[in-house]
Design a protein around this ligand. Structure first.
Ligand code: ZN
Length: 249
């Protein structure tokens, strides 16, 4: 149960019938892995911590650079040169004492060589890299943990919940296919700072939804400039190399 300080801290969320006391207690008992502590990972981690997600582990091997500061809101000028995951975990611990925030200053591929994903309730892909998304997808299917995929390019974003180990539910590769696609990250395409923040915060709502109930399948697309949105229906691909029938040797 929640103590008196927690009841006061989360009182506005507890008022929501979608959460109530039970939902808040479930969030406090949840463990989430966020891969990528950049423009998407920072707002996601900050909002999930402040919402009371109990354990947040951050994986990122990068250091803070000047060009990160317009959108990576977990960092200040004096953090340039420091490890992103460590600075962000420190920020989360300071703003949200209920949260156990841990930093892993290694790449995701190195992380999964030593650690299992099965202890998490949710893995979030905030890397904005198609190749990383595919690796995360396969690891999350093997561990049977939902993967929240989120990406932002320009002013547009996409959010998708991958649960390929479940019958009828598609995975990242059912959608993006196995072929190597051209990486179009914000380094080459550019990104608007509040757009990436808006997309990350929308993904944060979906993360909480996944921690509390079963999510819907489908790809949510938004252009934060025009405010146009689209929901793409997506089915499981039986031939999918990651989650299809043929992939289960
Ligand atoms: Zn699939």
């Amino acid at each position: 149960m929640l103590n008196d300080v927690q009841l006061e801290r989360y009182s506005r969320q507890i008022l929501l019938s979608k959460l109530d006391l039970q939902g808040q207690a479930a969030l406090l008992a949840s463990r989430v892995l966020i891969v990528g502590a950049g423009g998407l990972g920072c707002p996601l981690a900050i909002y999930l911590a402040r919402s009371g997600v109990g354990v947040l582990e951050i994986v990122d091997s990068d250091k803070v650079e000047l060009s990160n500061l317009p959108r990576q809101i977990g960092y200040q000028s004096q953090d340039i040169g420091s490890a992103k995951a460590e600075v962000l975990a420190r920020e989360l611990r300071s703003s949200s004492p209920d949260v156990q925030a841990r930093a892993h200053t290694i790449s995701f591929s190195e992380y999964v060589r030593n650690e299992s994903l099965s202890c998490f309730n949710l893995v979030i892909d905030a890397t904005d890299s198609v190749s990383a998304a595919k690796d995360l997808n396969r690891s999350s299917i093997a561990a049977q943990v939902p993967l929240l995929y989120v990406s932002a390019i320009g002013t547009e974003g996409r959010i998708f919940v991958s649960e390929g180990w479940r019958a009828e539910r598609p995975c990242v590769e059912c959608w993006l296919g196995p072929a190597d696609r051209q990486e179009q990250g914000c380094q080459t395409m550019g990104v608007l700072s509040p757009s990436v923040g808006a997309i990350a915060v929308l993904a944060g709502v979906q993360a909480i939804k996944i921690l509390l109930e079963q999510p819907k399948s489908g790809v949510f697309c938004i252009d934060t400039w025009t405010l146009d949105t689209m929901n793409l229906a997506l089915s499981k691909d039986p031939q999918c190399a990651a989650c299809g029938v043929d992939s289960r040797g």
